[in-house]
Design a protein around this ligand. Structure first.
Ligand SMILES: [Zn+2]
Length: 296
């Protein structure tokens, strides 16, 4: 769930997984990655030659037709790797998705949604949720059988929780975003403190190797759902079925030039993570650039 720069054009279609709904939050103006116009970033065309370019009509980028089930471009449809019919689960899954995640090219949530029955998997898009903004989610959070999957000191291991819980969980909430986005969503919405907080104790290393994870054990949203559902539904086959399209996605991307993204933990441990330039050096570099500009 670590941010990666993913190329996308302004006109890319944003396909929401079945059941996706957007929280009517005032943060509607939140900018998606890559959606800021040159003017809104405060940058101006600084050479005279570029001035006229902004007046040229914008040709809409060609939209690649997408598969209605897996939301992948039709040419690289992953449906052959999805179960022929949705998995018959009894747990209701709610995915709280950060708005920036919705526009990413390589997303795992549409694949998860495509594997589950529509009435068992709902995606809620937004950063802030409350009773007024989302009555459904608010009701779900107050139900005794609802769990939220978010690791931390307050969280109980899911398997341990099931041993002691008098109520068998009926609903699972997951947060989809980068690690910092998920943290922001979890801690800034008091609603998400109402369900029982659980975490996964798994030895599974992320197989989502084309997006960098902060640590080897950090899993993508699809992987978290796969592990949690196999525990809740007492069916290990669920994990295998849900991971199949992810493995196919990674394998396809790797065959077509994507690189394996080693976790930040791995890179740090091996001294390979790029160190940020100290503030003083950055200032010096900026001054040097400015002086060069003046000389020219
Ligand atoms: Zn498909």
């Amino acid at each position: 769930m670590e941010p990666q720069k993913e190329a996308r054009t302004l006109q890319d279609a944003v396909v929401r997984p079945p059941g996706a709904s957007r929280s009517p939050a005032p943060e509607e103006e939140e900018r998606r990655e890559g959606s800021a116009s040159p003017a809104s970033t405060g940058e101006k065309a600084d050479s005279a030659g570029a001035d006229g370019l902004w007046e040229l009509p914008v040709e809409p980028a060609e939209r690649r037709p997408e598969c209605s089930r897996c939301s992948r471009p039709q040419k690289v449809c992953l449906c052959p790797f999805l179960p022929s019919c949705p998995l018959p689960i009894s747990t209701h899954v709610y995915i709280v998705q950060h708005p920036a995640e919705e526009s990413k090219v390589l997303r795992t949530v549409p694949l998860l949604a495509a594997c589950l029955p529509q009435d068992k998997c709902k995606v809620k898009i937004g950063r802030r949720f409350s009773e007024e903004r989302d009555t459904e989610l608010s009701t779900v959070c107050r139900k005794p059988g609802t769990l939220i999957l978010y690791p931390g000191a307050e969280a109980t291991n899911l398997e341990d929780f099931l041993l002691d819980s008098p109520v068998y969980p009926s609903t699972l909430i997951l947060i989809d975003g980068t690690w910092s986005q998920a943290k922001d969503i979890f801690y800034k919405n008091s609603l998400f403190r109402l369900p029982k907080q659980v975490q996964l104790k798994t030895s599974l290393s992320s197989q989502y190797v084309i997006r960098m994870q902060p640590a080897n054990r950090c899993l993508s949203t699809l992987e978290c759902a796969a592990v949690a559902l196999s525990i809740l539904e007492k069916n290990s086959g669920i994990q295998e079925t849900l991971l199949r399209p992810l493995q196919a996605l990674c394998s396809f991307q790797l065959q077509h030039g994507a690189q394996i993204r080693l976790s930040k933990e791995h890179l740090l441990r091996n001294g390979l993570y790029p160190k940020p330039m100290p503030q003083s050096k950055r200032k010096l570099r900026k001054m040097e650039l400015l002086m060069n500009t003046v000389k020219i």
